[in-house]
Design a protein around this ligand. Structure first.
Ligand SMILES: Nc1ncnc2c1ncn2[C@@H]1O[C@H](COP(=O)(O)OP(=O)(O)OP(=O)(O)O)[C@@H](O)[C@H]1O
Ligand SMILES: [Mg+2]
Length: 247
């Protein structure tokens, strides 16, 4: 099997560093506290935990859309951030291809070169069959994969993806996970919020918000690690290896 073609060209040396990151909304309890982590190109970092624990909230903080309630977030060399939402939206009457071509035209490619690249990215996400269909006719899973293909074509330094496999069959989900891995290896920092155990396994590292709720990651002393063996000095208690990469 060939490596997916998705090959962004991000700037060198992108990095995100979080220290003591915590968030709660006005009138709610702490969703997570005391998160310490570094994000580097080449990694696929899973943000895991039960519904409502703050995964999408953490992505919003990483995107810079939401200021954390506590702690600091520093991003260096991150010029473009790509976001693929849990509920994708597009232009109903425009074709799937038009959506993917758009960021390439914006980068200065001519229509023909943009279509060639867009076709590659769409193939990586198994979207060949819907290439010329209007967005309004796509299924939820197709629409979200389309947004992934579009995000990849904008060559982000940081790609934030919310639940990319929740609506997919196992085979399509595996393709998506493989492609996200290839994008990371090509130099993008990929962060995925997910409930899906297969997607979690496909990540190179996992931030488990279930252990970072109020008091969790803040628990002082060695007991807070919950088996996060090998956690480095900047790896918080919630920063554990992906279950598939633990060895
Ligand atoms: N703007 C807001 N104001 C107040 N509370 C909010 C706001 N946004 C989210 N919340 C609450 O914060 C909690 C975390 O929400 P978030 O969307 O981050 O969860 P999640 O882990 O992504 O859940 P899911 O797995 O269901 O997508 C939820 O209880 C939600 O209701
Ligand atoms: Mg969410």
């Amino acid at each position: 099997m060939t490596e997916p073609s998705a090959a962004p060209d991000p700037g060198p040396g992108a990095a995100v560093r979080a220290r003591g990151l915590g968030h709660r909304f006005t009138g709610t309890a702490d969703l997570f506290t005391g998160l310490d982590f570094d994000l580097l190109p080449g990694e696929v970092v899973g943000v895991c935990g039960p519904s409502g624990c703050g995964k999408s909230t953490l992505l919003s903080i990483l995107a810079g859309w939401l200021a954390p309630h506590s702690g600091t977030l520093e991003a260096t060399g991150v010029e473009r951030t790509g976001w693929v939402f849990q509920n994708p939206f597009g232009v109903p009457g425009r074709t799937a291809l038009d959506h993917v071509v758009l960021p390439l035209l914006a980068k200065g490619l001519d229509r023909s070169a943009a279509e060639t690249r867009a076709d590659e990215a769409m193939a990586d996400f198994r979207l060949e069959a819907v290439r010329d269909r209007p967005f309004r006719e796509l299924s939820g899973g197709e629409a979200q994969r389309l947004m992934l293909a579009r995000a990849v074509c904008s060559a982000p330094d940081l790609l934030l993806v919310d639940e990319p496999t929740a609506q997919l069959d196992l085979r399509t989900a595996a393709t998506v996970n493989r492609t996200l891995g290839a994008i990371a290896r090509a130099g993008t920092i990929v962060v995925i919020a997910t409930h899906d155990p297969h997607t979690r396994e496909a990540c190179t590292r996992v931030l488990d918000l279930a252990t970072a709720a109020a008091g969790g990651a803040n628990a002082e002393g060695g007991g807070g690690g919950d088996g996060a063996g090998g956690a480095g000095p900047h790896a918080g208690a919630a920063d554990v290896p992906g279950s598939g990469a633990a060895g």
